[in-house]
Design a protein around this ligand. Structure first.
Ligand SMILES: Cc1cc2nc3c(=O)[nH]c(=O)nc-3n(C[C@H](O)[C@H](O)[C@H](O)COP(=O)(O)O)c2cc1C
Length: 214
């Protein structure tokens, strides 16, 4: 499917439908700065518990820094592959799990649990709501990127401590995602993990329940 662009706006339902996790379709062109700014502004408009806005975004574009992180991810990928039973390893082998260098831009999203001070309205009962808020910013970013013709690929094959040091984040701030971002040739119709036989989407009817979860 050809990528949309800001010249041809699409509905939010269309953006949700077209969104893919991108690994192999980056063109190698940089994300234009105004587009990057619009996408990050959309992320920053996410809802957050107690209006804490506990996220920050670190943009990484220096080729040597992208290469260093890609090397770390390659090691973690190899470790995961080695942990798999032979048949699963065979299925996993052709699956690309990142486009760190090809995308040209990494966006590390961080979560700061201290933002908002000690009395966060709404987080006093459910601590995780802070983290949920930062993840909502990521989803906003991802959908805005679709509307702009920018692909996003979420990479989680890393040690959190490594990524924290890499971006200079100090506890309790946590890096929670590395997002590859860049213009794409196309967005696949079907998720890669489904196309490569790893795991398929389940029908929405399986996810909807009435009155009780059963
Ligand atoms: C929290 C999170 C972490 C993910 N980590 C990775 C990853 O490390 N490598 C990868 O290739 N895809 C990663 N993905 C993408 C998922 O594999 C992808 O979303 C899923 O297969 C469905 O495909 P779709 O996003 O194209 O619909 C991650 C997605 C999420 C939400």
């Amino acid at each position: 499917m050809t990528a949309p662009s800001s010249a041809h706006p699409i509905s939010v339902y269309e953006a949700i439908r077209r969104r893919r996790d991108v690994r192999a379709e980056f063109t190698g062109d940089p994300v234009p700065d105004p587009v990057l700014h619009r996408i990050l502004t959309a992320a920053h408009q996410a809802p957050s518990v107690g209006n804490t806005q506990p996220w920050d975004f670190v943009i990484i574009q220096a080729p040597d820094r992208l290469a260093e992180f890609a090397q770390h991810v390659a090691e973690r990928r190899a470790r995961f592959a080695a942990s798999l039973p032979p048949q699963r390893r065979e299925t996993f082998t052709p699956i690309k799990i990142e486009g760190i260098r090809e995308s040209g831009t990494g966006i590390v999203v961080t979560y700061n649990p201290k933002r908002g001070g000690p009395n966060v309205l709404g987080r006093h009962t459910v601590e995780d709501t802070g983290l949920f808020s930062a993840v909502l910013a990521i989803q906003n970013l991802w959908l805005a990127a679709v509307a702009e013709g920018i692909g996003i690929g979420w990479v989680s094959f890393y040690d959190e401590g490594f990524l924290a040091r890499f971006i200079g984040a100090e506890a309790p701030v946590r890096p929670i995602a590395w997002l590859c971002a860049g213009p794409v040739t196309q967005l696949q119709e079907t998720p890669d993990l489904e196309r490569f036989g790893w795991r398929a989407r389940r029908p929405v009817s399986d996810a909807i329940h009435r009155e009780y979860l059963r």
